[in-house]
Each structure stands twice: as structure tokens, then as C-alpha cells.
Design a binder for this molecule. Structure first.
Ligand code: UDX
Length: 447
């Protein structure tokens, strides 16, 4: 099938590469000439495991094309994905200007029927706006070419996006009527193996499904962070509590890991956007508001523990920091807890020596070059003469470090672990003061 994808960002590129992998002929279009030129040379704008070989292979065999020519792109695909960004505007609502600009472009150039699919995460009601935009544009050009608008949200996790896209656990398709259903089934047939993963529904339900999924997951995390904070006050170990509740299949083990707060491009943005949508309808979404507040507070947890140990004034102190990205296997720093930590420590007068396997360039882009934030090439290099080690992201390579070396290199044997990676008893035996989230030294000793 011939497919066009507007927007060569995260969602668009992964979706396009995976559709090309199963044999669809995909044309990707973006306004960014440099991005398009780079992709043709095999330079991929994001770090995502497995993506580069897919893009290179299918660009070479012609299944995947890149262009800035919107007219060509509209002519190419029977289906037209809109996968452009929806950045939060000042009040946290999703800004639809790019989505609607694409709708207008499609309307302007289309000369035969098209199925227009919104893939970007867009607020409930966006498909209606896209429909209206296409109708208005056609009317202004005296055109009446048939089209259908479909809501087909993505559920990709960064770091596992190619796999998530190749083996989706559900394919949500919201339609206004039955017209586009056959085409949507054909498009996703290669991914719809074993059992039927396609769930058809009305467009508004499909749009809300995306937000409900992410907000539910964010709620689980904030809930666990709240429990971790309570565990600290009450003298309990949250890791025992986590295992204890996760064994109930109604709760489950997934997404109940406490930590130094969730980040990334989805949870913070989507929780905020749904809050704004609700408030716009004069409804106070109390759970969502609490989820956001708890997460914002949690990002101050690590700097709080550091100040509890070393005092509020950190001038002259240096901290080794392992992990900068918002989670492992990505270079994405959006809303990462490490950003709050770095800002807080530097504001208190400290120097930070940081290492991340992928996010160093991104960190430099965000924080610039300064004496207060030194980026080093290995995790060991961060340790030398630092006052303590702080861990923000649970990269695999941090899971079994050489504790003797850490102790030898640090001025004080103190570790602040924002991801509960180690056993407090073992670290204590090795002579470390070990702070974690809801356990270790962070837990108030009762009696
Ligand atoms: C998320 C959703 O998982 C995905 O389905 C959706 O399409 C986009 O948003 P992503 O943002 O890539 O994906 O990352 P995810 O693995 O969900 O992690 C998000 C954040 O939550 C990270 O900062 C992670 O550290 C944190 N997290 C996750 C926890 O703190 N505890 C957990 O138990 C799980």
C-alpha cells in the first residue's frame, strides 16, 4: 500500500520505517530540509535501538522515501498519516497548529480520495477540527474530493519503539463511519497476527484512549512515589511493599517502580494536556492534578536528600552523577529528573560531574558548557574526588558497578540512588551510606 507520513519526528519515523519493513511504500515528508538531506545520507535524528538499520535498508530498496515536497507526498499515499509535533503551549494544552497546517496542505493538494490518519497525540476533538479544516480548505478552492479522518494513536515506548510498533498489543482505530475500516485493516494486516489486535471505535473514544492509557500509567507511578514517601516516614521499605502488592494480579508488577519522578515526552505533557482539556470543560480532574503535583515534588527528592546529608549550602562540593536521560536506552532529556537535580545542586553552589551513555550531547545542548557542570567520558571518571555519587537513570551498565572502586574514588562513601538499584543491606556492609527512594538511609528509623 502507498503511505504518506507527515512529520519525520519520533513517532513518524518509527511508524514509517516499520510500515516499510512489512512492504508498504512509504513517503515521509517534513519541512526541515536538513533533516531530509541527513536521512538520505543515513543520519538519523534520534537514538532508537534498531531504527537506523531499518531506515538505511528501506531507503536503499526504495520502500522508504524522504522529501520536503508536500505536493508529491500528498499525491503518493492512499493513506496520509499526520505525525507532526503537538508541543504544549503556555498553559500546557497541546498546540494543534502543525497538525492543522498539515490538514490544510493535504486538502490543498489532494485530487483523489484519501484516508487522513491522526497519529500524533492530540486532544479529544482534534479529528473534528482536522475534518473541518479539510472541508474549509476544499471549499475555498471549490473542490469536493472525498476523504475520511481516522484517529489512530500510537503507544510507543522510547527505547523499545521499533519493537512496540512491530508487535503492538493493540491497534486503536477511531472512525466516523465504516468507510475506512477495510483500508485500515489492510494497512495493519501484517501486524495483526495471532489474534485480532484491532479495536475499532468512534473517534473521540480513540482520542481519549491514548490519554487515558498514559494518565493511568503516570498515576501508578505517582501513587508509588507517594507510598515510597510514606514508607520513609513510617519506617517501611517500599521495595517490600512493591513486591507485596504487585503479586496481586489486579495490581500487577508493571509501572509500580518508585523513583525520582517520571519524565519524557509523553507522561508530563499528556497529563497536563488532559488537565487543561478537563478544566476547559469546567471539570476539576483531581486525580490528574495530584499525579502532576506528586511528580513535580518527587523531582526534588534527590536534591532534598543531598541537602539533608550535606547541608543546604553546597559550595565547594562536587557530585558524581550517573544517568541523565529520562530513562535508559534513550538520549531524550525532556522533563528528565536529572535536570531538576543539576539545577538545584548548582544553585546551591555545587559542581556536578556527569556521565550518561547516550545523553551527553543533549545535556550539553541544554545546559551549555560551564564550570559547574562537567561532562565526563566514563562513569568512573565522574567519581574521582567527588563528595558522593548520585544516580538518576537505571542504565544497565550502572547495575553492577565496582563498589570498591567507587569507595576508593569518592571522598565520602555516600550514594544517592533515584532508581532503587541496589540492596541497602549489602551497601551498608560495604561501608556505604546509601540513600534510595522509600528505603535505605532515607527511611526514618523508628524506635
Ligand atoms: C510512555 C508510555 O509507556 C508509552 O506507552 C506511550 O506511548 C508514551 O509514553 P515513554 O515516555 O517512552 O513511554 O517511557 P516509559 O518507559 O513509559 O517511562 C516514562 C517515565 O516513567 C520514565 O521517566 C520512567 O523512569 C518512569 N517510570 C516508569 C517510573 O518512574 N516507574 C515505573 O514503574 C515506570
Amino acid at each position: 500500500m502507498k503511505v504518506t507520513v507527515f512529520g519525520i519526528g519520533y513517532v513518524g519515523l518509527v511508524q514509517a520505517a516499520v510500515l516499510a519493513e512489512v512492504g508498504h511504500q512509504v513517503m515521509c515528508v517534513d519541512v526541515d530540509q536538513k533533516k531530509v538531506d541527513n536521512l538520505k545520507k543515513g543520519i538519523i535524528p534520534i537514538y532508537e535501538p534498531g531504527l537506523t538499520p531499518l531506515v538505511e535498508q528501506h531507503y536503499a530498496n526504495g520502500n522508504l522515501q524522504f522529501t520536503t515536497d508536500a505536493q508529491d507526498a500528498v499525491a503518493h499515499g492512499e493513506v496520509q498519516f499526520i505525525a507532526v509535533g503537538t508541543p504544549p503551549d503556555e498553559d500546557g494544552s497541546a498546540d494543534l497548529k502543525y497538525v492543522l497546517a498539515v490538514a490544510e496542505t493535504i486538502a490543498r493538494f489532494m485530487s483523489e480520495p484519501k484516508v487522513i490518519i491522526t497519529k500524533s497525540t492530540v486532544p479529544v476533538g482534534t479529528a473534528d477540527k482536522v475534518t473541518a479544516k479539510v472541508q474549509q480548505t476544499q471549499a475555498s478552492l471549490n473542490k469536493t474530493v472525498e476523504f475520511d479522518v481516522v484517529s489512530n494513536p500510537e503507544f510507543l515506548k522510547e527505547g523499545a519503539a521499533v519493537n512496540d510498533c512491530m508487535r503492538p498489543d493493540r491497534i486503536i482505530v477511531g472512525t466516523y463511519n465504516n468507510n475506512p475500516i477495510d483500508l485500515m485493516r489492510e494497512l495493519y494486516e501484517p501486524f495483526n497476527r495471532n489474534h485480532d489486535k484491532m479495536v475499532f471505535m468512534d473517534v473521540r473514544s480513540a482520542e481519549l484512549t491514548k490519554y487515558a492509557a498514559n494518565c493511568m500509567l503516570a498515576t501508578k507511578i505517582s501513587f508509588m512515589n507517594e507510598m515510597a514517601n510514606l514508607a520513609e516516614i513510617l519506617g517501611a521499605d517500599i521495595e517490600n511493599v512493591r513486591k507485596g502488592i504487585g503479586s496481586d494480579p489486579r495490581i500487577g508488577y508493571h509501572f509500580i517502580y518508585p523513583g525520582c519522578g517520571y519524565g519524557g515526552s509523553c507522561f508530563p505533557k499528556d497529563v497536563q494536556a488532559l488537565i487543561r482539556t478537563a478544566e476547559g470543560e469546567h471539570y476539576q480532574p483531581k486525580i490528574l492534578q495530584a499525579v502532576e503535583e506528586v511528580n513535580n515534588r518527587q523531582k526534588f527528592k534527590l536534591p532534598g536528600l543531598v541537602k539533608q546529608h550535606f547541608g543546604a549550602e553546597l559550595a565547594g562540593k562536587t557530585f558524581a552523577l550517573w544517568g541523565l536521560s529520562f530513562k535508559p536506552n534513550t538520549d531524550d532529556m525532556r522533563e528528565a529528573s536529572s535536570r531538576t537535580l543539576i539545577t538545584e545542586l548548582i544553585a546551591a553552589g555545587a559542581t556536578v560531574k556527569a556521565y550518561d551513555p547516550e545523553a551527553m550531547e543533549e545535556t550539553q545542548r541544554i545546559f551549555g558548557v560551564s564550570d559547574e557542570l562537567v561532562l565526563v567520558g566514563t562513569k568512573e571518571a565522574a567519581l574521582k574526588n567527588a563528595d558522593a555519587l548520585i544516580i538518576c537513570t537505571e542504565w544497565q551498565q550502572f547495575r553492577a558497578p565496582d563498589f570498591d572502586l567507587i569507595k576508593q574514588q569518592l571522598k565520602n562513601a555516600v550514594i544517592f540512588d533515584g532508581r532503587n538499584m541496589f540492596d541497602p543491606a549489602r551497601l551498608s556492609k560495604k561501608g556505604f551510606v546509601y540513600y534510595a527512594i522509600g528505603r535505605g538511609e532515607s527511611v526514618k528509623k523508628v524506635n
